[in-house]
Design a protein around this ligand. Sequence first.
Ligand code: ADP
Length: 312
Amino acid sequence: KIVVVGSLNADLTIYTERLPEPGETLHGEGFTVNPGGKSANQAVAAGKLGADVSLVGAVGRDANGTMLLESCAAANVDVSHVHQVPGVETGVAVVTVDASAENTIVISAGANGTLSPGDVAEAGAAFEGAAVLCLCLEVDLDTVEAAAKAGAEAGATVLLNLSPYAPIRPSLAALSDVLLVNAHEASQFLDGEQIPGPDAEAPAWEPVLRHLVARGLPSAVVTLGADGSVVLDSRAEAGKRIVRIAPTRVDAVDTTGAGDAFTGGLAARLAAGDPLAEAAAFASVGAALATTKKGTQAAYPDASAVFARLKA
Ligand code: ADP
C-alpha cells in the first residue's frame, strides 16, 4: 500500500508559442481547468498503475475541490483522508505550456496551506501497513515532517520529492529514504554546485552520492527530463550504486506533471517489491509516456502500456 501526503491543485493551463518575458502579454489558446497538484498527481499516477493508494490532503468546498476528488476516485485513490475545508478555496496552479512543451507554474496554496501535523495524526490508520510514503513540498514543512515520522514508524519507504525546492532540516532528511529531484532541484540541494551533464559517466556522479550521504540521505533519483534519470543508492552493492537510466524517446507535447508520473510509478513498483533501480526504469518509461498527451492526470498511463513499452 502507498500513502501520499500533500497537495491537490486545480491546474489552470494556457498553451502558448513561447513563454512570456516579465511584463509581456502573449496570446495563448486552449485554456483548460484540470486536476493537478503534485501529491494528487502522484497518487493518481500510482492508482492508474494499479497500486493501492491513500491520499491525505485538503481541498476547499468548491467546484475545483469536487473535480479533484472525482479524478482521484476515478483512479481508485482512497480520498477518505482528504478534508473539504470550509471558507477556503482549493489550491490552484497557473500553468503556461509553450510549443516545445516547456512550462512555467505559479501556485496558490489555498486549502493545501491548512494541512497540518494534526491532520496527519488524524489520518493515522492510513499509515498502517504502508510500504511507501510519497511526500512533496507543496504543503507546510512541519506537516511533511510529521508525515515522514508517521511513515518511518510504520516501516514505509519514505520518498521525498524536493519540489518546489526549499531547504530542508536535517531531521527531515534523516527520516527520508529516497530523495526525488529534477536537475534544477538537485543543483539547489547541492548548494548550486553543477550536476554532471547528460553524457556524464557514472563516476561523475560520485560526488553527488557522497554529498547525499553526508546530508543523511541513503539514496536519490535525479530526473533529467528528455535525458532520462540517474539512480544514486549508497545501499546497493559496489558497482551498482550509480545507475544511469536511458531516456525513453517520445514525441513530448506536454511535460507538466512528468516528475509526478515518475514519482507515482516509482512508488508503485517499490510497493510491489522492485529494487530502486528497477523501479526507476519503470517510472522513467511511465513518465515519458505521460508527456505524449496534453494534460496531467488524464495523460498518465496504465501498467500494461508501460510494460509494453519496456519490452519494446
Ligand atoms: P520535472 O517534471 O519534475 O521537472 P523532469 O523534467 O526531469 O522532471 O521529468 C521527469 C521524467 O519525465 C524524466 O526523468 C523522464 O522520465 C520523463 N520525461 C520528461 N520529459 C521528457 C521528454 N521530453 N522525453 C522523454 N521523457 C521525458
